[in-house]
Design a protein around this ligand. Structure first.
Ligand code: TXA
Ligand code: MG
Length: 490
């Protein structure tokens, strides 16, 4: 009999909300959409559960209580029709692949076609050494670790999204690389490819092919007056796109690429006018996503790409967001999971002596100033080149009206038709749905969740989305900028 593929699922923070461990089975809450996803998954995969039970190991609760939690969860899943073949208890600090080898032996599994879903880096590294593909979720403790995770490991907002990825990539590495090659081929043929970046998904085409670029504007319904960012896969590639690479530009490239910083520089003749909306400048950036860097490298040409959404709407931070708006309008979509920064790149113009910040984003102005000194902020002066980002009064919008408040007004607290976007846990008892962007008030975490939260609230038929203003520093500046534009105000 041929070997079967399996999926190993971690319990706390991966399938369930963190916090059920302290011994009370009643506290178990499965994360959104988990049961339907597992039901789909088990049609093709044997399912196994893995627990760390660190609290029990540290004797914060008894082994018996931990066991109660497990049994309760097992019963909950069984009642829903989910069949977990076996549970493995692993001490988190001693994570080794022994349990995977044992499972493979006992259940005749093909480990190379199997997956492991977890929310700690060590959940995943345990499987890697023996060829089990790891998927990482941003639930539980997940977000804390995004910066330390290897960039080639896809991350997901919820386990259901990871399941979707598995079903679309049964051969993991092979499927990823096949898709990247297909994407590169499509780019060379002048077609559109959706690709993941660390900020948001991009809708890309060969930047040197004007008719391919024209198609981007058509699909996005974007005015031709709004220029596109050109994405490169190595620092040398920039030299053919720009006329002059100043010392400041070189310094910024050295410090922030690959990463969420787009530099506006004098363009070379190579760059077609349609890319830059007729401007003599071009915005360039090198995204920090290994799959996309490989795509650009294989295509052998830089990619012009805006965010992969209809013009004016919230940017996509998952492949599902892209499909919801643009399905059928592109040739290839490379699903790289959830974007790890979650807001667009910072756009910085290096045209004048003093650089000008055109759009706050993934790299903060303080970080930029620490490398190149003074930077002006657009709006402070009468700057040339008005065709810059965010000149539209409304952008990044939800269909539901959105208002940003320094303090949420009391009258909205009990309104069931208002949804809330908050930085940390609510201090009041809101009646309407609440999106907490970071339980522990971490701006980086909030940015990762922002657009997904806006989309969730937007799908609920609410009358209003009320967002609390964020601290105006680091990524908070970019978050406030996007919320402000989504509210239709400058
Ligand atoms: O993170 C990002 O920047 C994402 C990913 C896909 O790389 N891209 C993105 O592109 O946000 P888009 O088109 O949605 O926003 C690019 C912004 C626009 O507001 C555009 O006006 C500005 O950059 N821009 C592009 N070229 C420019 C130029 N030559 N001068 C001034 N602004 C420019
Ligand atoms: Mg955009």
């Amino acid at each position: 009999m041929s070997r079967k593929p399996a999926v190993f699922l971690y319990r706390d923070g991966t399938l369930t909300e963190d916090g059920c461990i302290p011994g009370d089975p009643e506290n178990i809450t499965l994360l959104q959409n988990t049961v339907p996803s597992l039901l789909r998954l088990q049609e093709k995969y044997s399912l196994f559960m893995v627990t760390n039970q660190s609290e029990a190991d540290r004797e914060q609760i008894t082994g018996e209580k931990a066991e109660n939690v497990n049994q309760h969860l097992a019963a909950m899943l069984t009642a829903e029709g989910v069949n977990i073949k076996k549970w493995y208890h692993c001490k988190s600090i001693e994570q080794t692949p022994a349990f995977l080898l044992q499972a493979a032996e006992e259940f005749n599994l093909s480990l190379s076609r199997s997956f492991i879903i977890g929310n700690h880096p060590h959940d995943i590294s345990a499987g890697e050494s023996i060829g089990v593909f790891g998927l990482y979720v941003l639930t539980g403790h997940g977000k804390k670790y995004t910066e330390t995770l290897p960039p080639e490991k896809p991350t997901f907002h919820i386990p259901g999204d990871a399941v979707e990825w598995i079903l679309n990539h049964p051969d993991s590495e092979k499927d990823i690389h096949r898709n990247i090659s297909k994407g590169a081929d499509a780019v060379r043929r002048g077609k559109l490819v959706v690709f993941p970046t660390e900020t948001v998904y991009g809708l890309g085409a060969d930047a040197l092919n004007p008719s391919a670029v024209a198609e981007i504007f058509k699909v996005k319904k974007r005015p031709l007056s709004d220029p596109l960012i050109v994405h490169v896969s190595d620092k040398q590639q920039v030299k053919s796109l720009v006329n002059d690479l100043s010392a400041k530009a070189e310094l910024l490239i050295e410090n922030f690429w690959p990463g969420p910083l787009s530099l506006v520089l004098p363009k070379s003749l190579q760059v077609p006018d349609i890319v830059t909306a007729g401007n003599h400048t071009v915005a360039v950036r090198m995204p920090n996503n290994p799959w996309t860097l490989k795509l650009i490298h294989l295509a052998g040409t830089p990619l012009a790409a805006p965010s992969a959404n209809l013009f004016g709407y919230t940017s996509p931070t998952t492949a599902k967001h892209v499909r919801e708006q643009l399905e059928g309008k592109y040739n290839v979509l490379i699903d790289g999971g959830a974007c790890r920064v979650g807001v667009e790149s910072t756009v910085l113009s290096l045209i004048n002596d003093i650089p000008v910040l055109l759009r706050p984003g993934g790299v903060s102005i303080d970080e930029i100033r620490s490398i190149i000194g003074p930077v002006q902020i657009r709006g402070n002066n009468n700057l040339p080149n008005p065709q810059s980002p965010g000149m539209m009064t409304s952008h990044y919008s939800t269909d539901t009206p959105l208002v940003v408040y320094p303090e949420i007004p009391k009258k909205l607290e009990k309104d069931p038709h208002t949804g809330f976007i908050l930085f940390g846990p609510p201090e009041k008892d809101f009646t309407g749905p609440v999106e907490v962007l970071s339980k522990h008030h971490i701006l980086r975490e909030a940015a990762v969740n922002l657009y997904a939260a806006m989309r969730r609230l937007d799908s609920m038929d609410l009358r209003l989305i009320a967002a609390h203003r964020f601290p105006d520093c680091g990524l908070g500046t970019a978050i406030n900028d996007r919320l402000g534009k989504a509210s239709g105000k400058k």
